[in-house]
Design a binder for this molecule. Structure first.
Ligand SMILES: Cc1cc2nc3c(=O)[nH]c(=O)nc-3n(C[C@H](O)[C@H](O)[C@H](O)COP(=O)(O)OP(=O)(O)OC[C@H]3O[C@@H](n4cnc5c(N)ncnc54)[C@H](O)[C@@H]3O)c2cc1C
Length: 465
């Protein structure tokens, strides 16, 4: 047998299920498939599961990266007929029932696509090159490095205008990620940075939160959006709503109304689109998401399922598809894993039904907003406690729960955020800084930075944190 072709997966005479992605959807699908008589092969381009809702806390030095990521092999140590392959899936051939990876391929009987979403720059190449995305652990670490490097750079920069631009940060996208990151940065600026950088005037550090729609948290209730705005403004965040970004060249953020902001760090949280898997015909997807029926099966290939952020199931209640939430992916993963055997045998299975458990966003210490099912809104400290409890509860391993809990207790009592290391310096292609007395211009302002310019994709290159 050609081992390269099969990626060294033995043929054991059981139907083979290939699962692409060990995120919330894939992880739960594999768990639900346990003991159902299939051979299961899980593919992921990372060897760990990422708890994305806490990525912003890694980015803002509140949590260590390993507290929100868990090795996938550890999750499935005792599973029979299970294989993990650290491989990027680069294509699917539905006619031949084959998955293609960068080093080989594998025949499947069933395929579950759970590849999640990627940042959507809406075709703006300049923004894609110069703004930082925050969808993965490497990307969150890039932002953390960038933040700390900027402050080091600011402390040796004499020109006040240049220093202000270096210290400032703009977050584009006023959804939960933008709101949570802005709040965390405001707390870092107030409680930690003045002690670390006593010679810097922290009033020069501006935190901008930019949203194209007229209000924050557009996916949540108006009350939640209004509360987030009020709390963030009190914390010193400069919130710009109804502000459409036109472009960003690495130095100047330009808006469609002609206004500009000079800022060296821009984080893009303004939208996502499904990961792409070449090989599936174009009309099997819509706006980057794979069209599925009410059993999570592709409309045109009944042995392929798509779940979570990458899937688009149109129902009467969700005509534009389900929201991009962890709960949707978890519930779809469990549904497909539980019913694959019946579907395989051609038995009748009830359609998937999403159980909405509500949405939460935290703004800062003791500040959060919650929309519960039935349009019940509440905010403040009770919402914050619920937010803390739910996030600990949904972390995938006991070790992660302990690490996150211990870090939060430490941060709560000390007002500190202890993960401010620049382990892997991060620069962008267009970074040009004038430092010192203004005569030195270039990217090599810190030891190690000259080593290499990283590319825009946090998934490749220099990502060993
Ligand atoms: C910063 C941030 C904050 C969020 N906050 C919240 C929140 O507070 N509450 C909430 O409910 N939701 C939140 N979400 C959304 C939630 O995380 C997603 O809805 C959820 O992760 C979707 O699960 P999934 O399984 O579809 O995809 P993911 O969890 O994204 O998993 C996809 C997996 O596929 C892998 N993969 C992708 N492409 C390939 C490939 N070609 N080959 C191999 N592997 C591949 C990836 O490495 C990843 O492990 C947040 C998302 C982000 C980015």
């Amino acid at each position: 047998m050609d081992q390269t072709f099969t990626l060294n997966i033995p043929d054991i005479g059981k139907p083979r299920v290939a699962v692409i992605g060990g995120g919330f959807g894939g992880l739960n699908a594999v768990k639900a498939l346990k003991g159902k008589g299939f051979q299961v092969v899980l593919f992921d381009k990372h060897n760990y599961h990422t708890f994305q809702p806490l990525l912003y806390q890694v980015a803002t030095a509140e949590l260590p990266a390993e507290s929100i990521a868990s090795p996938l092999r550890h999750q499935f140590q005792h599973y029979e007929n299970f294989h993990f392959r650290l491989q990027r899936v680069v294509g699917i051939d539905p006619a031949r029932q084959i998955l293609l990876t960068e080093t080989g391929s594998l025949r499947y009987d069933y395929c579950i696509i759970a590849g999640g979403a990627k940042p959507n720059f809406f075709g703006n190449k300049e923004v894609a090159e110069n703004a930082l995305p925050m969808k993965s652990v490497p990307e969150a670490l890039n932002f953390r490095s960038r933040l700390m490097q900027s402050l080091e750079l600011a402390s040796i920069t004499v020109d006040p205008a240049e220093r202000k631009a270096i210290m400032s940060i703009a977050l584009v996208g006023g959804g939960p990620t933008g709101v949570e990151t802005a709040g965390a940065l405001a707390e870092l600026k107030r409680n930690v940075l003045p002690k670390d950088y006593p010679t810097l005037d922290m009033q020069e550090m501006k935190i901008y939160l930019i949203e194209g729609l007229p209000r924050l948290l557009p996916s949540m209730s108006e009350k939640a959006g209004a509360r987030a705005l009020k709390d963030l403004q009190k914390m010193g965040v400069l919130v710009n709503t109804s502000a459409m970004v036109q472009t960003y060249d690495g130095r100047t953020l330009r808006f469609k109304d002609g206004s500009t902001i000079e800022v060296r760090t821009v984080v893009w949280t303004a939208g996502v689109t499904g990961e792409s898997f070449p090989g599936l015909p174009g009309d099997w997807s819509e706006k980057g998401r794979i069209l599925i029926d009410d059993h999570c099966r592709l409309l045109r290939a009944k042995n392929i399922f798509a779940i979570g952020d990458i899937a688009l199931m149109k129902t009467d209640k969700y005509p534009k598809g389900h929201p991009g939430l962890a709960q949707v992916a978890i519930q779809m993963g469990k549904y497909v894993g539980k019913h694959l055997k019946e579907l395989y045998k051609g038995e009748e299975v009830a359609p998937f039904k999403y159980f909405d458990k509500g949405s939460l966003a935290t703004i800062g210490r003791g500040k959060a907003v919650a929309d519960l099912p039935g349009k019940h809104y509440f905010g403040g400290r009770p919402a914050w406690w619920i937010w803390l409890f739910i996030h600990i509860n949904y972390l995938v391993s006991f070790r992660n729960k302990v690490l996150v809990f211990a870090s939060w207790v430490y941060n709560y009592f000390t007002f500190d955020k202890g993960n401010r290391l620049i382990i892997r310096p991060y620069v962008r292609k267009n970074d040009l800084f004038r430092v010192g007395d203004g005569r030195k211009e270039g990217i090599g302002f810190l030891p190690g930075v000259e080593a290499g310019v990283l590319d825009n994709d946090g998934d490749v290159g220099n990502e060993d944190a």
